[in-house]
Design a protein around this ligand. Structure first.
Ligand code: FES
Ligand code: FES
Length: 176
């Protein structure tokens, strides 16, 4: 009997874990970039150490807290668990790509205006996820907000203000 062809691998490349390092090319915040990555490097390590992007930061290192959130091909991923080698050919977006010091986004303004943070360690992850949330649900109710952001933890427990920030950002976006 003829054997079925093996399913396509989920990841775009087969990576040799014995290799010392390899060069990957990807788009980072709209620019074509190159990085040298070892098999064990996570995406958040590469962003911090090779590109000085510190918005996504490692905290739990286990995919539980959302502090390391980045977008890969439009999907939010935990940068601490995502192997950098698998970013080859991908489009990666970090919180640094949203707004600028001079021109904040509606979401960033809303977090400031509602006091949606205390120490701020979790804030980049929440801000990035809120942008994604409002793309998919422009007028989210509270259950939707809490469910969507349930992968992001705030050790300062600023959750009421964070939810208020999301609601305010949604109102700002509607009025824009
Ligand atoms: S550091 Fe990646 S999810 Fe916590
Ligand atoms: S504001 Fe401190 S961890 Fe969220």
């Amino acid at each position: 009997m003829e054997q079925a062809a093996p399913a396509e691998p989920i990841n775009r490349i087969r990576y040799d874990m014995n290799a010392a390092s390899r060069t990957i090319n990807f788009t980072l915040n709209g620019e074509a970039v190159t990085a040298e990555v070892a098999p064990h490097h996570s995406l958040v390590e590469i962003l911090q150490h090779q590109f000085d992007l510190t918005g996504a930061r490692e905290s739990c290192g286990q995919g539980l807290c959302g502090c390391c959130t980045v977008l890969v091909d439009g999907r939010a991923v935990s940068g601490c668990l995502f192997l950098a080698a698998f970013a080859d050919g991908a489009e990666v977006v970090t919180v640094e790509h949203l707004g600028s010091r001079e021109r904040l986004t509606d979401v960033q303004e809303a977090f400031i205006e509602t006091g949606g943070f205390q120490c701020g360690f979790c804030t980049p992850g929440f801000v990035l996820m809120t942008h994604q949330l409002l793309e998919e649900h422009p007028d989210p109710d509270e259950d939707t907000i809490r469910h969507y952001l349930s992968g992001n933890l705030c050790r300062c427990a600023a959750y009421p203000e964070i939810v208020a920030a999301v609601k305010l950002a949604a109102r700002k976006r509607k009025q824009a």
